[in-house]
Structure formats: C-alpha cells, structure tokens
Design a protein around this ligand. Sequence first.
Ligand SMILES: NC(=O)c1ccc[n+]([C@@H]2O[C@H](COP(=O)([O-])OP(=O)(O)OC[C@H]3O[C@@H](n4cnc5c(N)ncnc54)[C@H](OP(=O)(O)O)[C@@H]3O)[C@@H](O)[C@H]2O)c1
Length: 291
Amino acid sequence: MNNILVTGANGLLALELREKLQLHPEFNVYYASKEDCDITNMSNIHSYVKDKKIDIILNCAANRNAEQMESDYNASKLITVEGPKNLAIIANELGATLVHFSSDYVFDGKKSTPYTEDDKTNGLSVYGKLKVEGENAVLKIANTVIVIRTAWIFSSYGQDFVKTIRRLAETRDEIKVIYDQVGSPSYAGDLAEYIIQMLPKIKKGTKEIYHLTNEGVCSWYDLAFYIVQLFKLSCKVIPIHTAEFPQKAQRPHYSVLDKSKVIRDFGLNIRHYSEGLWECIKKILENEKCQ
Ligand SMILES: NC(=O)c1ccc[n+]([C@@H]2O[C@H](COP(=O)([O-])OP(=O)(O)OC[C@H]3O[C@@H](n4cnc5c(N)ncnc54)[C@H](OP(=O)(O)O)[C@@H]3O)[C@@H](O)[C@H]2O)c1
C-alpha cells in the first residue's frame, strides 16, 4: 500500500500534502494537476494511472468557488459529482482506496451544536447540494472509500481567506467581515498531517464519512481579526451580518463539525486552529523573506 495519486495537485490542501508527504519515504506519490489528469475525463484518468499501480487516491480536485457554481450548474456537477464517480470506478478497477473530500456546506446550519456524521444533510447552495451528491456517489460505487468533510481551509499556499484578509487589511483602514456564520477553520498543513496518519489505518472494505477540522470555533470576523493581529496590521475589523454582504450562494450560519468519530477511530490529536494559523502565517512570512 505505497503508491498514492493526489489529484488537483495545485490546490490549497494538495500543496500542503506534497510538503508533508516528502517526509514519508514509505509513500511513492504521484501529483496530478488538472492538465495531467482531468478527473472529469475517464480516458484521461485511465492513461494517467496506467502502469502506476496506485493503491490510494487522494481526491483533492474540486471547484470550491461556491459563488461561481451558483451560475454554472452543469460544469459544477461535472467536477463535484461526475469526477469523483470516475475516481470511484477507477479505484475499484485498481483495488485502491479512495479518500474523497467534502464540506461543512452539506449542512443547512440550523443546528446549534456540532454536526455529527449521522446528521441529516441539506446543502443550501449548489456547492453544498452537489457535495452531498458527490459523497453519495463515491460511497455507493467505491469498494473502499472514506469521505472526509472538512471546512474553512487556509493554507500557506495559494489564494485563501488568510491572504485575502491580509491584502485588504494592508490597503484599507477598515474591513467589514461577517460575524453570524460560525464554523471551525482548518489549517491545510494540519489536515495533511492528520490524513497521512489515517492512511495506514484504513481497512479494505471501509465505507465511512469522517468530520475533520482543527479544534476551536469562530466566526469569519473572529478569524479575520486574528489574521490582522498576527500580521501586525492596524486595519480595523468591523463585524457585519450576512445580509449586509449579499452573495449568491447561501451559507450555513452554523457549521461546526463534531470530530469525535475521527478521533476515536484514528487516535488523532487535533490542535486548535489558532496554532495552525500562527504556523501558517509564520511560514508565509518566512517564504517571503527567502524570495
Ligand atoms: N477550501 C476550503 O475552504 C474547503 C472547505 C471545505 C471543503 N473543501 C474541500 O476540500 C477539498 C480540497 O479543497 P482545496 O481548498 O484544496 O481546493 P482548491 O484549492 O480549489 O484545489 C482544487 C484543485 O483541483 C483542480 N481541479 C479543478 N478541476 C479539476 C479537474 N477537472 N481535474 C483535476 N483537477 C481539477 C484545481 O485546478 P485549477 O485551479 O487549475 O482549476 C485546483 O488545483 C475539495 O474537495 C473542497 O471542496 C475545501
């Protein structure tokens, strides 16, 4: 069980996985970008995996732009449902394990206590609804599959909330950020670490959903406030209601995920998002110094 395929190799999570997996010589990893291996194109996947003897597929390929997805249903369905279905079929052909990623946006946010894997899904947006369909498809098709629902990913790589807030805070005296959407942020570097710990423990024939984020709960406003502080910027962060920042895709007001199951089954020791945030920002600043 040593050959891994990481799809969507240039994304927030995949790039952190690449960094962490370098420290694990027991894994031989193939990183496939959209150009190398388009998951919506079956013959493309077949020719990429040919002769590679893939044991595990980590499907990081996705479109996470919920706004864009509201106005492009067909393309959104292709990447969010059909692509994962293709990978489930390929995983079976190869006898491989499929690890597929989903989102807290599969829930409608009407609860006020953390969502468990058994809670009823009810995505509010095209992204949320299609993520549910994608989950159901891979769980039905793949012989060995785990679906990891995560949330609010930030990363030292790529474009994310951390870099957006930093950019805005560097150029404005004040920024307004939503405070009535509450969730658990996830540092992609930590997610990568936890996923690597999970891989050797996934048993053949498993078909499970797991919730995995960092510990801690906050609003986007709180997260932005921390980011501005950690970058030592003087910009004022002002809390606003969702209604004051109209968006096409409806987001859940509350989407904290209960991680008891993943902690129990894999013995993970999950740290608070603020520790991940601090590490992420240090890495961003150090990388800039090296440039
Ligand atoms: N980011 C979050 O806050 C968040 C929250 C909850 C769940 N998730 C889920 O976590 C997973 C990883 O997310 P992420 O934030 O790392 O995503 P990401 O940064 O958007 O990366 C996704 C990657 O997939 C690639 N891709 C797009 N279409 C593809 C195709 N047809 N075939 C192969 N690759 C394709 C993209 O390439 P291009 O950029 O060239 O299109 C991109 O490099 C996703 O399933 C996402 O839905 C993310």
